[in-house]
Design a protein around this ligand. Sequence first.
Ligand SMILES: *Cc1c(COP(=O)(O)O)cnc(C)c1O
Length: 231
Amino acid sequence: MLTPPQKLAENLRNVRARIAAASRAAGRTEDSVTLLAVSKGQSTALIEAAAALGQRDFGENYLQEALPKIGALRSAELTWHFIGRVQANKTRAIAEHFAWVHTVDRPRILERLAAQRPYYAPPLQICLQVRLAPEVAKGGVEPAELAELAAAARDLPRLRLRGLMCIPPAEPTADRQRHWFERLAALAEQLRASGFTLDTLSMGMSADLEAAIAAGSTIVRVGTAIFGPRN
Ligand SMILES: *Cc1c(COP(=O)(O)O)cnc(C)c1O
């Protein structure tokens, strides 16, 4: 199903207004939160329409689906974020075609991305995905192993460790959503206290971006609230 451009413009305005209101409520400036438009399952034409409305950052989960879109939209100079599960045999193409990877959760992936990031490209921006709850089956490093992984990310060439990312369990209330986001923020704070420079918390999606911004999110990853249901 196609989201008509009119609807897309309205959705984008609404999401930007939600971010602005949540930022104000948290005593933060609106520009402290980047809107990452999650375009998995959406057409190149729709991404192009969002770009024409001023959206710059786009997130994709599946390499095979992303590469043709990135190729077709090269002249638009968009910033592409990989937010799906990273398979070891896909790291070269990810390192070549994306500016950010939000979902790094093991040393082997870091090592491959560092070795495969092209010399002519700026450093690959890295977020470490943390598994906050055992019921989330979507990957992520255990909090107990986070510091070691962060040290590896910091010490490898061609990578720039920016921060942490999470996909928390679905929760029915904003308070319970915020609880998970605050745990991720606390883990980032612990790393800062032990000398890491981190400026990014990638957390919050269509249903819980307000709770994430209240807890300090700097990148919200929003799909359906912008583009409508996925194909
Ligand atoms: C699909 C996806 C999103 C966007 O989810 P919506 O609920 O459509 O906003 C955000 N982050 C990740 C990692 C995703 O896979």
